[in-house]
Design a protein around this ligand. Sequence first.
Ligand SMILES: NC(=O)N[C@@H](CC(=O)O)C(=O)O
Ligand SMILES: [Zn+2]
Ligand SMILES: [Zn+2]
Length: 356
Amino acid sequence: MTDSIRELTILQPDDWHIHLRDSIALSTTVPHAANSFNRVICMPNLVPPVKNVDDARAYRARIMSHLETSDLSIERKTAFDPRMTLYLTDKTTAQDIEMAAKSGIVQAVKLYPAGATTNSADGVTNINACVDVFEALEKYDLPLLIHGEVTQDHIDIFDREKRFLDEVLAQIIVKFPTLKIVVEHITTSDAADFVLAQGNHVAATITPQHLMFNRNHLLVGGIKPHFYCLPILKRESHQKVLLDVATSGNPKFFLGTDSAPHATDKKEAACGCAGCYSAATALPLYATAFDSVGKIDKLEGFASRFGAQFYGMPLNESTITLVNTPMQVPIAYPYFDGSSLTPLMAGETLPWSLRD
Ligand SMILES: NC(=O)N[C@@H](CC(=O)O)C(=O)O
Ligand SMILES: [Zn+2]
Ligand SMILES: [Zn+2]
């Protein structure tokens, strides 16, 4: 690729980690996601969570009804395919997993250590008690998606990911050697190394914010709540390694935006919510990150091939074109009940945009 290249056409991307939320929020999040992505893996941390096949089926129907009433083109409406996940709790049984695997609607199961992140209160309190569930996942070849952070009060927030990998995930992998695992939204060089050291059944998603920013962006010159997400942004050396692995062409690392909407007033607060909203601008964000290290040619693998390969799905056939024409990220989107939704990099200019 040279500087003269002004356009990049790639296979239509998929988002392997997104929060669309529920009810009226879907009228904002679904069109944003469906404008860029075909398959999206919908996180189950609703209140109450998506715990079984019936919940998943009903949630998917709500998403689809907001797709139908959106202004998207018929092509985008037809192509958008939300894939469901189940939220593991202390009560999930091997039978729930068997039903999920046979349902044809559940693509994966999500492990939130209780208390680790937004809406994780119903998550797993004792991972050692999940043996039957992990066995069933392995048996039915259903991937386990993990928010990989320990939650003990005394463990420093910047160490929580590494401690989880070393103390919890390493053991799960030894006990369940063929279980497909995605370490979601990795934030450290330790996580990148960990994933690289495992077999091909262990992969990771990486968000735009963890490729573009580090904790200085969050904390220097005043606290910036719209950079606050979990796992929290780490130091710059970690950011650099994440950018290295994302742009390396290694299929273990693929796109998962972790787009996680919270109304602006819930983030700009004394106790602000964790999550960055990127659904509408994810591809220009990733293109900017990849281009910053001269690796825009590696975007297609990361965004459109490796995730599908990991999940055993066909590649998309349609394409999308990015142009290096600057765009301004909106200051905010209207959200529900008169609230607003502030996206990642609100009001800033990105060098890449989507061609209409
Ligand atoms: N990433 C976040 O900071 N927040 C996510 C939850 C999650 O993915 O951990 C959310 O649902 O808001
Ligand atoms: Zn998470
Ligand atoms: Zn998430």
